[in-house]
Design a protein. Structure first.
Length: 238
């Protein structure tokens, strides 16, 4: 019988639900330690540009997140709801995986629960992980000894506490302000949005999906899974 954290009467939550719960958890985490962070959601499809003279000029780190909804791989024609069958398809839209590999400041946020009763603790039931240059497989598993990428076996798949400690230890994240090449988080995002090849590939993929739309691509269209979240954390220079 499936464990309670992996069961829900209404099915697997939408990607947008996971995003909302985890972003809320991040805000509450920093509120408890009296840090004023900034979280900005952007889509490379958009032409929107943030003003270069935006008022957010603090020194600190920025890190990007791309959320993916968990799924369960069927076995013998049946869906088995357990952690050894939990996976994330991380290449939708097409080419996104390779683009993230080439931007070392974007991490996947991969929820590890589906029961909505856990939403208040969503931040603590999530992997923060990014592929390294050698990773070629575009399906990521929670715990599968036969899989090419099994996150429980990876030292670079962080839970929130370790993830934020790596940011504070200056091991991950990009500096903005006096120590970085961008004077604020908005300049950084403008740079990201000017990634013309990225926008073109995403738009081409979405046009293709609209022509050959199955149930899964319909969910993807609804959810717009090209959206990224950028988190700015005020920090003093070391």
């Amino acid at each position: 019988m499936p464990i309670k954290i992996l069961t829900d009467n209404y099915g697997i939550p939408l990607e947008r639900e996971f995003e909302a719960w985890i972003v809320k958890g991040i805000r509450e985490y920093f509120k408890q330690i009296d840090e004023n962070i900034e979280i900005v959601a952007v889509s490379p499809k958009e032409e929107k540009k943030y003003p270069a003279d935006a008022s957010f000029f603090h020194n600190g780190k920025v890190i990007g997140l791309q959320f993916k909804r968990p799924k369960f791989k069927e076995l013998g024609g049946k869906y088995i709801i357990c952690y050894s069958r939990m996976e994330w398809d991380i290449d939708k839209p097409e080419h996104q995986y390779d683009l993230i590999k080439n931007n070392n400041n974007i991490y996947y946020a991969l929820p590890t629960f589906i029961n909505r009763a856990w939403q208040e603790n969503a931040l603590h039931h999530c992997f923060f992980w990014r592929p390294n240059k050698k990773d070629k497989h575009k399906y990521v598993w929670y715990n599968n000894s036969n899989a090419n990428i099994s996150l429980l076996e990876r030292t670079d798949a962080y839970r929130w506490g370790t993830f934020i400690e790596q940011i504070y230890s200056d091991n991950i994240g990009v500096w903005v302000g006096k120590k970085g090449k961008h004077k604020n988080v908005y300049n950084y995002i403008n740079d990201f949005l000017s990634w013309d090849d990225h926008k073109k590939e995403l738009n081409d993929e979405q046009s293709k999906n609209r022509k050959t739309q199955d149930n899964e691509s319909f969910i993807g269209e609804q959810e717009d899974n090209s959206i990224y979240y950028f988190i700015f954390i005020p920090m003093n220079e070391h």
